[in-house]
Design a protein around this ligand. Structure first.
Ligand code: HEC
Length: 134
């Protein structure tokens, strides 16, 4: 096997690891995202908007408060109970605090996306293709 194939297989297995529950349920519509999945989706939406506002040179003054509750959101496979997961949450929250302080917001925005990558390098690599566009 060449390296490219191995990488592709790893990426595919990462996607499956993250969508196991939706695959085993009867229909896609019946799939209830976990609390953590739902928050991740909100984080994607907010990060996209924030990126555009920063590009326009605007000041960000609406970091959603609920993102600070990241560590307590229930995950599909109880990832939120892992020490590894808990250990990587502060990197993201520190970046959000920087944005909240209105202190070098572009710097802290970039740090927030770096925090997504840090955690997703360990937990389900599937969303990395989305994260890389943020
Ligand atoms: C501390 C770890 C951690 C951080 C930081 C993190 N994620 Fe996640 N993410 C996870 C875990 C674990 C899951 C799987 C959740 C589940 O299945 O319940 C997940 C799931 C996702 C999903 C899939 C959601 C779905 O539809 O099921 C997306 C997209 C995502 N994350 C994007 C992001 C983005 C964007 C950021 C940064 C703004 C981010 N993540 C930061 C751990 C993290």
């Amino acid at each position: 096997m060449n390296l490219k194939l191995i990488t592709t297989l790893l990426i595919i297995s990462g996607i499956f690891a993250c969508t196991k529950q939706s695959q085993s349920s009867d229909s896609a519509e019946m799939y209830e995202p976990s609390e953590l999945s739902q928050m991740m989706r909100d984080m994607v939406t907010w990060s996209k908007e924030t990126k555009l506002l920063l590009l326009k040179g605007e000041v960000i003054d609406d970091v959603p408060n609920q993102f600070y509750e990241l560590a307590s959101q229930k995950a599909t496979r109880d990832e939120h109970k892992d020490a590894a997961f808990q250990g990587m949450v502060p990197e993201y929250l520190e970046a959000l605090k920087g944005i909240d302080r209105k202190d070098s917001q572009q710097y802290y925005y970039d740090a927030s996306i770096q925090a997504c990558k840090t955690c997703h390098a360990v937990y389900c690599g599937g969303p990395l293709s989305i994260i890389n566009q943020l």
